[in-house]
Design a protein around this ligand. Structure first.
Ligand code: NAD
Length: 280
């Protein structure tokens, strides 16, 4: 695999672009319009400039890395990619619409991967004529530094597709963990209900946000408290995952906290809007 496509120039898309660029791949980035594309490319450039300041790469290396990135709001720009990683909004309708389109424009050999946090890979793959070449490739935030990639086999993902993506994950210096399809896979099945419970603690007035986070950092050894982590993930993404766990598993223990819903409706999405459980 030489050329990687990434759809979605948000938090995860930009991180995934950096992972592949840093490992010498050519990358094609796509989003819905020029403004979103430019914002994504600026973020990628800023990340690389910080790497230069820290002495991790030289200015010349930064320019060489960026020369391998193409960014366009035309989805047809992805038609020559060997692998396309989708990192768009956590919404089944949006993802299936996109996979249908990718199936039409990409070569029959192209593998289509989804970075979904919780949705069914089998359902996403059904939008294509190549369910054997569709796989879940779940990177973690921040993608350039987090070592884990959950690899999710849909019901029809072939062993060949799985093996090729497994080898690629090793090549980009990450650690794959194999997961059978199930809502939220491993990490989010455990992590997101814990964050949701922290929001309930806050809503019930049991403790202030900073106290809840301090307690989990010191008491449970977590590097980040659950509410700061929700802000970092994005409260909209956190809620979408919680709602998917609730819908798919049908158990009330996955009921999203009303305070989380209220904050998302009010546009308090965490770090990306500079306001969530904390101010940025
Ligand atoms: N935020 C996290 O910590 C995290 C971690 C792992 C996985 N994920 C998953 O990654 C995916 C993206 O999450 P994010 O946090 O980067 O979201 P985000 O909101 O930061 O970015 C999503 C981007 O997708 C674009 N987009 C939406 N529909 C599109 C389409 N049809 N074609 C092209 N672009 C489109 C949006 O314009 C936006 O720029 C979601 O499935 C999410 O669950 C998120």
């Amino acid at each position: 695999m030489e050329t990687i496509g990434v759809v979605g120039a948000g938090t995860m898309g930009c991180g995934i672009v950096l992972v592949f660029l840093n490992q010498g791949f050519r990358v094609v980035l796509n989003d819905l319009n020029e403004t979103l594309i430019n914002k994504g490319v600026d973020n990628i450039g800023r990340y690389l400039s910080r790497s230069v300041e820290k002495g991790k790469i030289s200015g010349v290396e930064k320019d060489e890395i960026l020369s391998r990135l193409t960014a366009s709001d035309d989805i047809n720009s992805l038609n020559r990619c060997d692998l396309v990683v989708e990192a768009v909004t956590e919404d089944m309708e949006v993802k299936t619409g996109l996979f249908k389109k990718l199936d039409e424009i990409c070569s029959n050999e192209t593998i289509l991967a989804s970075n979904t946090s919780s949705l069914s890979i089998t359902a996403v793959s059904n939008a294509t004529s190549r369910p054997d070449k569709v796989i879940g490739m779940h990177f973690f935030n921040p993608a350039p530094v987090n070592a884990l990639v959950e690899l999710i086999k849909g019901l029809n993902t072939s062993s060949d597709t799985y093996d090729r993506v497994f080898d690629l994950v090793i090549k980009i210096g990450k650690t794959p963990v194999s997961v059978q399809e199930s809502p939220g896979f491993i990490v989010n099945r455990l992590l997101i209900p814990m964050i949701n419970e922290a929001v309930y603690l806050l809503a019930e007035g049991v403790a202030e946000a900073s106290e809840i986070d301090k307690a989990m950092k010191l008491g449970a050894g977590h590097p980040m408290g659950p509410l700061a982590l929700a802000d970092f993930i994005g409260l909209d993404v956190t809620l979408a995952i919680m709602e998917n766990l609730h819908n798919e598993l049908g158990d009330d223990k996955y009921r999203p906290c009303p305070l989380l819903k209220k904050m998302v409706r009010g546009g308090m999405l965490g770090k990306k809007t500079k306001l969530g459980f904390f101010t940025y």
